[in-house]
Design a protein around this ligand. Structure first.
Ligand SMILES: Nc1ncnc2c1ncn2[C@@H]1O[C@H](COP(=O)(O)OP(=O)(O)O)[C@@H](O)[C@H]1O
Ligand SMILES: [Mg+2]
Length: 280
């Protein structure tokens, strides 16, 4: 594996069930994520996103293949070692936040720090600093049911960050948020990745997350597929899926894509009138 990469997934397969009811949720997936990188895995419902993320986080074992986090090979580890690896190296953000309903904001975050063996007092101090940074200083003593969706998510992010994990995994993190809070929390994740060189893997079908990702992968039926590449029809301005363009033309070494033959003809009659350089 690449010496730099935090996470390396090699030819991972995951099956559920057996015989005629067998489902292959993830098929022969390989992936490397380097420190500071934000990877977004998109794909329709049922495409294997949660299964893949769960394996990355050591919550689910692959049927085949290898997953390495730093020096540690998750697939070779004993079940009893995994909770510790998760605690030290991985921060999870779940779709439904998974906050403990009987604990305050502060304690939800402090608990995770305390599990690594540091004192309650020290844990609460760390949690408080982090929550204040995330704008939750006025919510430390609130129980989860008193928090808004955006606030709950920030608590979930604080909890994922408190032990300074190498890798942060988020499953549909914006699913329960309005677009303002969704965007804000995603920017925050990006900042953490860049400033502190953490690896972030997000699975979602939310197009808006694309803007914070360094790399976008498309998962379909448990496999990575090429992302559809789009071009703009120079005549009418429509977006064209280049693999299924109804018409194309080559002009001065560049390929152009058109929504129909009509636009193509118009273009070829006077290409330069459609290719004025835009200095905006
Ligand atoms: N525990 C399980 N038992 C059986 N089938 C499962 C289990 N978890 C997921 N699957 C199946 O694997 C496929 C991928 O599921 P999932 O990873 O949850 O997809 P996504 O998160 O992209 O919606 C689906 O067909 C789903 O029904
Ligand atoms: Mg899912």
């Amino acid at each position: 594996m690449n010496m730099q990469s935090v996470v390396s997934v090699e030819k991972v397969v995951r099956r559920f069930g057996s015989g005629t009811t067998e489902v292959v949720a993830v098929k022969d997936i390989s992936l490397e994520v380097v420190p500071g990188e934000v990877v977004l895995i998109m794909g329709p419902s049922g495409s294997g996103k949660t299964t893949l993320l769960s394996m990355l986080g050591g919550l689910l074992r692959p049927s085949e293949g290898r997953i390495q986090i730093g020096e540690d090979d998750l697939t070779l580890m004993d079940e009893s070692q995994l909770p510790n690896i998760r605690l030290q190296h991985i921060g999870f953000i779940f779709q439904d936040f998974n906050l403990l309903s009987a604990l305050t904001t502060l304690d939800n975050v402090a608990l995770v720090a305390q599990l690594t063996g540091i004192s309650r007092k020290e844990s609460r101090k760390k949690a408080k600093v982090l929550l204040e940074q995330l704008g939750l200083g006025q919510r430390l003593d609130f129980l989860p049911h008193k928090l808004s969706g955006g606030e709950k998510q920030r608590v979930a992010i604080a909890r994922a960050l408190v032990n300074k994990p190498d890798m942060i995994l988020a499953d549909e993190p914006t699913a329960n948020l309005d677009s303002h809070h969704g965007r804000e929390t995603m920017r925050l994740l990006r900042e953490v990745a860049k400033q502190e060189k953490r690896s972030v893997v997000i699975v979602s079908h939310d197009e808006r997350i694309k803007e914070i990702a360094d790399r976008v992968l498309w998962l379909e039926d448990g496999e990575f597929k090429d992302m559809v590449e789009m071009a703009v029809d120079p005549v009418c301005g429509m977006s064209i899926d280049i693999l299924h363009a109804p018409a194309t033309a080559d002009f001065e070494g560049t390929k152009y894509y058109f929504c129909a033959n009509g636009c193509r003809h118009e273009f070829l009659a006077a290409p330069n009138s459609f290719l004025q350089v835009d200095h905006e």
